[in-house]
Design a protein around this ligand. Structure first.
Ligand SMILES: CC(C)(COP(=O)(O)OP(=O)(O)OC[C@H]1O[C@@H](n2cnc3c(N)ncnc32)[C@H](O)[C@@H]1OP(=O)(O)O)[C@@H](O)C(=O)NCCC(=O)NCCS
Length: 395
C-alpha cells in the first residue's frame, strides 16, 4: 500500500526571555515548568483558532529530566496551563538539540498522519538543574567516547581549536563580537518583542516583576574586552566566557500543523517543513556535527547551501560555529547567518535553543521575502548534529 506524506507547517513560535542561570538570574525563583506554561497560555491567546482540544500531543525537549524538569514535563505542562486532561505529552532528550528534536519528531508525526496539530517545545533551567546533574555515566563511557574531554563541552571546543588551528582565538573573539553586535541591533530595533512572552516572576526580595528582555547579551563587548578574558576550560586555552555560550534559563515553543488542517482553519502558516537530518561524529569535537547533518538534510531536500536564504546555526562556542560555517562553504560574515545574532549573545538554555532558532527563522522569513529556504542547525553533546530545512511561506 502506497502512503503519501502530509505537508507540515509552522503556525507560530514564541519563547521566554533568556535569563542567566544562578542566583542573579531573572528566573532564579521561577520553575522550568512554569516557563513552559507561560508559553502555552500565550500561544493560545495569539492563535485563537488553535484551541487546546485541537492539540493532539505536547512534545517537549528537556535535557536534564530530573527535579522540576522530570516526571514527563510535556504531559504535565498542558494540565498546569489549565488545558484539562485531554492533551497527551512526552519529553525528549537529545541534549542541546532536545527542543529541535521535539520539533523534528512532531514534523514526522504530522507528516505520517499520526496527528494534525501539535505543540512542540524545549525548556531548560540550568540554574535549578545544572548540566550533568545526577548523571551516572557508564564506566566505559570515557573510553568509548574518545576520552574525558567528550564530557566537557568547553573542552570539545578547545579540541577544535587544537585540531584545526586555523580557527584562532582572535577569529573566535571576532565572531563572538559580531554575534553580540547583531543581537544588539536586533534588540534595539524591537525584533525580539514579537517572539518574547512576558513572564511575571518573583524577585529575591519577594516583589514581582514582568520579565520581557534577555539578560545575557553584552552590547558593550569589544575586541579588547574579549582579548582580556582568561580561558576557562584549559590552562592557556582559547575558550573564554566571551566566546562561549552562557549557562541560561529559558523556554521556547512552536505550534505545528498539517498544511491541510491550517487551510481548513483559515490560518496563515509561516513556513513549511522540507527535510530533517541527524548525524554523529567524534564526541570530543561534538561542535563539528552540524556539518554532516546539514549536508545530509540538503541531500534529502535536493538543495545546496546556495539555495538557503536564512541560516540559523546554534552558537554553542564561537570556534565550532566558525568551523561549521567554513566547512559548509560560508564566510564568517556571511549575511545570511544568524542575522539577529546567536547564542553567544542570547545564551543557550540547552533544550530551549532549538525552538528559539525555529522562531528566529520564522520571523526572519517575514523580513526576507527573497529567501525561499532556510536552515536551523545545532550541535549536540556526545557528538551529534541536527538540522532542519524549512520553506518560507511568507513571500
Ligand atoms: C564559559 C562559562 C564557564 C562562563 O561562566 P561564568 O563565569 O559564569 O560567565 P559570566 O557570564 O559570569 O562571565 C564571566 C566574566 O567574563 C566576562 N565576560 C563574559 N562575557 C563577556 C563579553 N562578551 N565581553 C566582555 N567580558 C565578558 C565578564 O567579566 C564576566 O564577569 P561579570 O559578569 O562580572 O562582568 C559558562 O558560561 C559555560 O560553561 N559556558 C558553556 C556552556 C555549555 O557548555 N553549554 C553547552 C554547549 S554544548
Amino acid at each position: 500500500m502506497e502512503k503519501k506524506l502530509n505537508e507540515v507547517v509552522v503556525i507560530d513560535g514564541v519563547r521566554t526571555a533568556f535569563g542567566k542561570a544562578g542566583e542573579k538570574g531573572i528566573f532564579w525563583k521561577t520553575r522550568a515548568d512554569d516557563l513552559a506554561v507561560a508559553l502555552l497560555r500565550a500561544l493560545i491567546q495569539r492563535n485563537p483558532k488553535v484551541l487546546p482540544d485541537r492539540i493532539e500531543d505536547s512534545i517537549w525537549g528537556v535535557t536534564n529530566q530530573v527535579k522540576e524538569q522530570g516526571g514527563t514535563l510535556g504531559r504535565s505542562v498542558p494540565m498546569l496551563a489549565d488545558w484539562g486532561w485531554e492533551v497527551p505529552g512526552c519529553s525528549i532528550d537529545r541534549m542541546c538539540a532536545s527542543g529541535l528534536t521535539a520539533i523534528g519528531f512532531g514534523v514526522g508525526y504530522i507528516a505520517t498522519g499520526m496527528a494534525d496539530c501539535l505543540l512542540t517545545g524545549g525548556v531548560e533551567h540550568m540554574g535549578h538543574v545544572p548540566m550533568g546533574f545526577m548523571r551516572d555515566p557508564h564506566p566505559l563511557s570515557e573510553a568509548v567516547m574518545g576520552g574525558p574531554s567528550a564530557f566537557n563541552m568547553g573542552m570539545t571546543a578547545e579540541n577544535i581549536h587544537a585540531r584545526f588551528p586555523e580557527f584562532t582565538r582572535e577569529k573566535a573573539d571576532r565572531y563572538a563580537l559580531s554575534s553580540q553586535k547583531k543581537a544588539d541591533s536586533a534588540i534595539q530595533a524591537g525584533k525580539m518583542k514579537q517572539m518574547i512572552v512576558p513572564v511575571e516572576v518573583e524577585r529575591a526580595d519577594g516583589t514581582r516583576v514582568v520579565i520581557e528582555k534577555d539578560q545575557q547579551p553584552r552590547p558593550e563587548t569589544s575586541m579588547e574586552s574579549l582579548a582580556g578574558l582568561k580561558s576557562v576550560f584549559k590552562e592557556n586555552g582559547q575558550v573564554t566566557a566571551g566566546n562561549a555560550s552562557g549557562l541560561n534559563d529559558g523556554a521556547g515553543a512552536v505550534v505545528l500543523m498539517s498544511e491541510k488542517k491550517a487551510e481548513a482553519l483559515g490560518l496563515e502558516p509561516k513556513m513549511r517543513w522540507v527535510a530533517t537530518a541527524v548525524a554523529a561524529v567524534d564526541p570530543t569535537i561534538m561542535g563539528t556535527a552540524p556539518v554532516p547533518a546539514t549536508l545530509k538534510a540538503l541531500d534529502k531536500a535536493g538543495l545546496t547551501m546556495g539555495d538557503l536564504g536564512v541560516i540559523e546555526i546554534n552558537e554553542a562556542f564561537a570556534v565550532q560555529a566558525l568551523y561549521c560555517l567554513d566547512r559548509l562553504g560560508l564566510g564568517e560574515e556571511d549575511p545570511r547567518v544568524n542575522i539577529w545574532g546567536g547564542s553567544l549573545a542570547f545564551g543557550h538554555p540547552l533544550a530551549a535553543s532549538g525552538p528559539r532558532l525555529v522562531t528566529f527563522l520564522m520571523n526572519l522569513f517575514k523580513e526576507n521575502a527573497d529567501a525561499r529556504y532556510g536552515l536551523t542547525t545545532m550541535c549536540v553533546g556526545r557528538g551529534q548534529g541536527y538540522s532542519i530545512i524549512w520553506e518560507n511561506m511568507q513571500r
